[in-house]
Design a protein around this ligand. Structure first.
Ligand code: SF4
Ligand code: SF4
Length: 434
């Protein structure tokens, strides 16, 4: 069911729970997430306002409501009432009002439509407050309250049923067989044993199977024994974005358990930023133990294959700029790896004004690209990114995240931009040398 407010922001709700039950569910979840780290962060803000200039949604709209720290307001109020050092006093004297259903409904736009959990505000904050992580904690409560943008809720329901927001596991063998035939490269599926479990992002199993073919060409050329598998194939982890921790755990376990079952030592993640966040940095938390396999992003895998001579690439005589995917570079540490691959491809790199750990998000991360009602905000962010790309004068625009590619492609199409964003992995596959 979808309900729209007149002002100032649209919101959706799922299920038929009464308002009081939704607020209570959100508050319970917030209280669960108030660990020591969250508490320290919530206490540390000195209200300097620096994070405002870090956030592309604030920078491109000039609207104060998009100031990062303001996105945490109901979460902070819940903390002061439930877990802060003076919580009993605060409650007894009514010093801080509890969030209401109206607060949570208005908040939905701030933490789902206008936050990519990109972490740019986190690196700018002088107090080291990880606003992106706190937004993610806050999303846990919103999921429990049944207050998600409906487009994300729909993907959540599908992923719970299928193990993927767009593709049932039983369809995987046919999809891979068709992609293999269309692109002329074998794509193994459900091998009983392999060294590497290759995974995909949702679009790669739909409109963008050339990415699967590119990965297949590279892995075959490197002589890797690999497979995709119905047991664990979609690494995008919609639970990570939505705040559905139960789904996040289940999807993470599917990847790790499948890798263990086939004796793989490596889970290879596709060019997807949030897959990297969920499976590389969060998996052990949900798996409940040290991971028995290595989890590696395609960018670092390409860097390794090129560095150790397992693949060689022909050079491209062109200038290029690189859009740094937030989850892979700022929150994932793969700034240098991407640039080594670009150098191996022969590109003369022309950096964006803001790049590396301070690069601006494409505007689509954290589920925003799938949230249709956030399109006007995304388009504002795209305009800034386009201006930065054009200022470099580079001939080519390259990135290493499928969600960034889709976001940039949508922006290019909507604005008639003649620049075609390109995948780092697909460039490597196209340039493979004998
Ligand atoms: S930059 Fe950090 S300390 Fe300053 S207002 Fe933002 S969250 Fe608070
Ligand atoms: S995480 Fe990114 S999108 Fe979210 S408030 Fe911070 S800078 Fe803005």
């Amino acid at each position: 069911m979808s309900v729209a407010t007149a002002t100032p922001a649209a919101f959706d709700r799922q299920g038929e729970a009464p308002d009081e039950a939704r607020v209570e569910a959100a508050m319970r979840s917030f209280a669960t997430d108030f660990g020591r780290t969250a508490a320290l962060h919530l206490e540390a803000c000195v209200h300097c306002g620096l994070c405002a200039q870090a956030c592309h949604f604030h920078v491109t709209t000039g609207d104060a409501k998009y100031t990062p720290v303001r996105k945490l307001e109901p979460f902070r109020r819940a903390y002061q009432r439930e877990a802060g050092p003076f919580a009993p006093l605060v409650r007894a004297l009514g010093l801080v009002k509890p969030p209401t259903i109206a607060d949570l409904q208005q908040w939905q736009e701030l933490i789902y439509d206008s936050c990519n959990m990109c972490g740019r505000c986190t690196v700018i904050c002088p107090m080291g407050i990880d606003i992106a992580e706190l937004v993610r904690d806050a999303r846990h409560g919103m999921y429990k309250a049944g207050l998600l943008p409906e487009r994300l809720a729909l993907m959540d329901r599908t992923a719970r049923q299928w193990g993927s927001p767009a593709t049932p596991a039983e369809d995987l063998p046919d999809i891979l067989a068709e992609a293999a035939e269309a692109h002329g490269v074998p794509i193994p599926c459900d091998l009983p044993a392999a060294d590497v479990l290759m995974t995909a992002a949702p679009a790669e199993l739909g409109d963008h199977t050339q990415a699967l073919a590119a990965a297949a060409r590279i892995l075959h050329r490197a002589g890797v024994k690999w497979t995709m598998h119905q047991g664990g194939y979609d690494a995008s982890n919609i639970g990570f974005n939505n705040g559905d921790v139960e789904l996040q755990e289940r999807l993470t376990r599917a990847l790790i358990d499948t890798a263990v079952k086939i004796g793989a030592h490596t889970v290879l993640l596709p060019e997807c930023g949030h897959a990297y966040g969920a499976a590389r940095w969060e998996a052990a938390r949900w798996y409940g133990a040290k991971l028995p396999v290595r989890v590696v992003h395609m960018t670092e895998y390409l860097d390794e294959l090129i560095s150790n001579g397992r693949i060689r690439v022909n050079k491209i005589a062109a200038t290029a700029t690189f859009h740094d995917p937030c989850q892979i570079v700022r929150r994932g540490g793969l700034e240098a790896a991407a640039r080594r691959v670009l150098a191996a491809l022969g590109f003369e790199l022309r950096e964006l004004q803001n790049h590396g750990v301070t690069g601006y998000c494409c505007g689509g991360g954290g589920g925003v690209v799938s949230n249709q009602r956030a399109a006007p905000l995304r388009q504002k962010v795209f305009a800034m990114k386009r201006q930065q790309v054009e200022a470099t004068g580079a001939e080519r625009l390259v990135t290493s995240c499928g969600q960034c590619l889709i976001t940039l492609e949508m922006g290019a199409k909507q604005t008639g931009w003649d620049k075609h964003p390109e995948s780092l992995m697909e460039l490597v596959a196209a340039q493979l040398a004998d």
